[in-house]
Ligand binder design. Structure first.
Ligand code: ARG
Length: 588
């Protein structure tokens, strides 16, 4: 059966057996992993669900279905337990053969009947000139994984970073540069014809300047007014301010590309809030003509209340004429629907922005901007420090992304030394491996928590080589690579023979969980399910490795089969790591 998972295939087999026994029904017939592996590998509980409709006991149904199932060559044993549970154990031949089928085209089998969609995914969302923090880390890591998962399932996905590059922070910086260097051509009167190609400030200057000027503006209304004025002039098109802003944007993007590159996060579009600027007036004009805009205390709003839920209106133009976060987001939806033909737009953003997205989404529906487009806020929780409060530096400042990465890499290097891992590599290779382990630890830790939960940043736990961690995943994948390198003959999956031990069966059955896990992760936009599967596979492999002595096996055919199983496992671990956005080293 093409594009069916093993469980779906078993369910179809079970249905045909129910039919043949005279129990013809529209009700779902399901086959599940066994709750009691000592009784069978799978179980079917459908006899219990059907008893009422057929006015008989579940046991009587199961007793009739059982012998029919038992005749199928794919099935080695069937039994009825308790009130009518049907326990199923596969033939070893069929288990091996279906494992090869899954490995041949996992994307087709995981995708199943899925219809491809045009999706835009909005994640990362860094703000120009402000250093990224742990919230941006979550958005980037979860967004990147979802992008890969959606593509794997066959969707046509465009990843847009949606930078914050147009707000008051830009005005603050312009104001600050002017205060420090009023002689620069950007502030001259009259303005020159053209401006220097080189930025007058570096990214380090900006990173230093921003917290200082923003703190001063908060304290001092005059400075804040000056920053607002600079923002307004920038947005109105002041050529000097635009030129300076372009420098800020360019140097920030260069720095962001380095940060995201280190995390293996990439985008198709590097658009920002500023790109919406010219699209906002025509959108507002249309909304006004169509009667969607209402004046409220001098501001322009779209009411988004539903069923008396008192949701505040979506504010689009402030009384002073300024646009807001919601204005840009509404306009961005308009562009994504019109130009990119998005059928689904996904926002991977902190759950604390939930109200904002509810307002914007309702606004987009009420105004007819996105009539048929699905809009999803894929929210995530907070990263806390050991004290259970949002993660901060010792001094109480925001923890920067780069510091977090450095923390994880240092700890990974320490753990590797302790466990004597990668110590025989030369120094450069060892450092590179520590970098990969540290980043895998960080990403896996973030992804393995259910995204809506808060979690504590515990770098010690994240970097251990034992347990539900990125390093454990890498360690097992690298161990397989090493076995395959040392094997007397190259491994080939087709040499897989029917399993002979429980450890092999259990590993193959674990590999077969992939399609259901991938579909679950996709349906709920929950990458932690992929982490669970990677962990289960790594653990089942560890057990198999302990039980089956691969390299010392003297029977060539048997050894080839064990090597084939190693290769199948490695392929699935690589697939899952790829979906998580985690890279596996060659050695360690
Ligand atoms: N720049 C925003 C922040 O740092 C996140 C942007 C999220 N995306 C969006 N379309 N609103 O909070």
């Amino acid at each position: 059966m093409p594009n069916h998972s093993l469980k779906q295939e078993l369910a179809a087999m079970a249905r045909s057996a129910f039919n043949a026994a005279g129990f013809i029904t529209d009700q779902p017939i399901e086959v599940l992993d066994s709750q009691r592996p000592e009784l069978g590998q799978f179980q079917c509980n459908s006899a219990l669900a059907l008893a009422k409709a057929f006015k008989t006991s579940p046991r009587a149904i199961a007793d009739k279905v059982c012998p029919i199932l038992a005749e199928k060559p794919q099935i080695a044993a069937v039994s009825v337990a308790g009130p009518g549970f049907i326990n199923i154990t596969l033939s070893d031949d069929f288990l091996a053969q279906s494992s090869l089928e899954l490995a041949k085209d996992p994307a087709a089998i995981c995708g199943g009947e899925h219809h491809s969609q045009k999706v835009v995914i909005d994640y990362g969302g860094p703000n120009v000139a402000k250093p990224m923090h742990v919230g941006h880390l979550r958005s980037s890591v979860i967004g990147e994984s979802l992008k890969r998962l959606l593509r794997f399932m066959g969707d046509d996905v465009t990843a847009d970073i949606h930078m914050g590059d147009w707000g008051t922070q830009m005005g603050m910086l312009i104001y600050e540069v002017k205060r420090l260097h009023s002689d620069l051509p950007y502030f001259a009167d009259p303005l020159p014809e053209s401006f220097p190609a080189e930025s007058p400030v570096t990214i380090d200057d900006l990173n230093k300047m921003y917290p200082e000027v923003s703190a001063r503006c908060k304290e001092n209304p005059e400075e804040m007014a000056a920053a607002h004025e600079a923002t307004a002039k920038l947005q109105a098109g002041h050529p000097g301010y635009r030129a300076l802003w372009q420098h800020f944007r360019d140097i920030s993007i260069a720095a962001l590309k380095a940060d995201f590159g280190a995390l293996d996060v990439s985008f198709d579009l590097w658009n920002g809030e500023s790109d919406e600027h010219e699209h906002i007036p025509p959108m507002l004009k249309k909304l006004k003509e169509e009667g969607h805009l209402i004046e409220s205390d001098g501001a322009l709003v779209v009411p988004v209340e539903e069923n008396g839920d008192n949701l505040p209106p979506l504010l689009l133009v402030k009384s002073d004429g300024a646009y807001l976060y919601g204005t840009t987001d509404l306009s961005t939806i308009n562009e994504r629907v019109q130009k990119l033909r998005a059928e689904d737009i996904i926002y991977v953003v902190d759950k604390r922005q939930a109200l904002h997205f509810t307002q914007v989404f309702r606004g987009a529906k009420k105004t007819g901007i996105a009539p048929d487009t699905k809009l999803e806020h894929i929210a995530f929780g907070t990263v806390n420090g050991p004290d259970g409060k949002p993660f901060k530096t010792r001094a109480g400042g925001v923890m920067k992304l780069q510091d977090l990465i450095a923390l994880a890499i240092n700890e990974a290097a320490k753990k590797m030394a302790e466990a004597n891992i990668a110590q025989e590599l030369d120094e450069a290779a060892r450092e590179e491996t520590a970098r990969m382990v540290g980043i895998a630890a960080l990403k896996f830790a973030d992804l393995s928590h259910y995204r809506l939960s808060d979690y504590s940043f515990d770098v010690d736990k994240f970097t251990t080589f034992e347990g539900h961690t990125g390093p454990y995943l890498l360690y097992n994948a690298v161990r397989i690579k090493s076995i395959l390198r040392r094997s007397p003959r190259p491994a080939a999956v087709e040499k897989l023979l029917p399993p002979q031990t429980e450890a092999e069966r259990s590993l193959l059955l674990t590999l077969h969980h992939l399609p259901e896990k991938v579909r679950e992760a996709y349906a709920g936009r929950v990458p932690h399910i992929l982490c669970d599967q990677a962990y289960d596979v790594a653990k089942a492999f560890s057990h198999f490795y302990k039980e089956c002595h691969i390299l010392s096996e003297s029977d060539e055919k048997r050894q080839d089969s064990l090597l084939a199983l190693c290769l199948l496992t490695l392929k699935q671990l690589e697939l899952l790591a790829g979906l998580l956005g985690i890279k596996i080293p060659e050695r360690m």
